[in-house]
Write a protein that binds this ligand. Structure first.
Ligand code: PHB
Length: 396
């Protein structure tokens, strides 16, 4: 064929859509756009999540239902304007079939309208504010919600001699969710909330808040800080002598993050939290996951963010198997709803009504095992739905 004939053929094919820009361009490839914080204050979340996504692909192969899976990774540094701009690029230029990641709530919220407009499934692997999944019918979640663990630690505290608390939370959406769900549950059960304190998210100095908490003389401080800030908080808690004053530390398990726990010192032993994942979780799958993750990442211990990333890949693989490799956004969302599988954290599923995650929440206590600090699970609440949604009418 000469050049002119080639051009004529190309024009004809474009006319029938075969060469048109769009998913048809790459029939055999499924592109997963990853929007993560690889730099900045939340970079440990990006590092953990991406490492786990890569591990999943290494363990399960990079081909599903005849399609090759390709990650397209963008660093948003957890700045929502970046996330929005990069998501636009991923949708328009890279023509991704999924959007995954979202180290903090504001980055997920920034992209929700784009997911709806482009009909691209968006999987929240990290962020934990209840409302996120309500912002688009194309959003689902493999992380957690703050009310899932905060209500459960409130019940535990009421049953275990905690009568007065001061709550301290990061001053943004998930902190407000944690504060509201803990304080309401605790007060409804007869507990007393002495003060509800909020600390800036960026570069926080906890000392003045801890001093106020100490002065109020509570039985316990309820704390929510996002993954990555736990070590700083615990250090200041100990420096201010709250542990010596007999004040307990309780909260969702973000504070005793597996990523930092080992460096927190023995003063943290005995801290009780409620959470979805511990690297110490006792299952065959988790033992294999932890060993493989450490091996692939210079001994780094996986945390709850890693598990969110691992399960995001598991969900993508399972959805594609179910659609036979069809990447239509509506078909993928239909496949995702009701999906159930075993995660390194235990059994999980996607609520078909809310598209949010249903998972076990474990009560854990920090203990030393073989010379290392772990969150050791001692009580399980099975198949917990997001209490932030359970109160509303079905479908919302
Ligand atoms: C969030 O921004 O939603 C978020 C981030 C880190 C956490 C929990 C929640 O550990």
């Amino acid at each position: 064929m000469n050049r002119r004939n080639w051009l004529a053929l190309a024009a004809a094919l474009i006319g029938v859509g075969v060469l048109a820009a769009g998913p048809a361009q790459a029939q055999g490839v499924v592109k997963v756009g990853v929007l993560e914080a690889m730099t900045g204050q939340q970079q440990s979340t990006g590092k953990q999540t991406l490492a786990a996504m890569r591990l999943y692909m290494q363990q399960h192969g990079d081909t599903v239902a005849g399609k090759k899976i390709e990650l397209v990774v963008k660093d948003d540094a957890a700045v929502p304007e970046n996330t929005k701009r990069l998501a636009q690029e991923l949708i328009v230029r890279d023509k991704v079939n999924f959007l995954v990641g979202f180290a903090i709530t504001p980055t997920a919220l920034a992209v929700a309208p784009l997911a709806t407009e482009a009909k691209v499934p968006l999987i929240v692997a990290n962020a934990g504010t209840s409302i996120i999944t309500e912002r688009s019918p194309y959003i689902t979640r493999t992380s957690f919600t703050l009310p899932q663990s905060s209500t459960i630690i409130a019940e535990w505290a009421l049953k275990n001699g905690v009568k007065k608390v001061v709550s301290i939370v990061s001053d943004y959406a998930p902190g407000v969710d944690a504060e509201k769900s803990f304080n309401e549950t605790f007060a409804n059960g007869g507990g007393q909330v002495l003060e509800a304190l909020r600390v800036p998210l960026a570069a926080p100095d906890f000392a003045p808040f801890l001093q106020r908490a100490r002065d109020a003389n509570p039985d316990a401080v309820f704390i929510f800080v996002p993954s990555g800030q736990g070590a700083t908080f615990v250090k200041q808690f100990i420096e201010r002598g709250l542990d010596k004053a007999g004040i307990k530390l309780i909260g969702p398990g973000d504070v005793t993050d597996d990523d930092q726990l080992n460096g927190m010192g023995d003063q943290v032993i005995g801290t009780v939290t409620a959470h979805l994942y511990s690297a110490d979780h006792d299952s065959k799958l988790n033992k294999e996951f932890v060993a493989a993750f450490k091996k692939a990442n210079d001994g780094m211990r996986p945390n709850f963010m890693a598990v969110g990333g691992y399960d995001a890949m598991a969900l993508i693989y399972a959805a594609l198997k179910k659609t036979n490799g069809d990447t239509d956004g509506d078909k993928l969302m239909a496949a995702i709803k009701g999906m159930a599988w075993e995660s390194p954290r235990g059994p999980i599923s996607i609520d078909p009504e809310t598209r949010d995650i249903v998972q076990n929440i474990y009560i854990r206590k920090v203990e030393k095992k073989n010379g290392e600090l772990y969150n050791v699970e001692f009580q399980t609440f099975d198949a917990v739905k997001d209490p932030g949604k359970a109160k509303k009418a079905p479908g919302n």
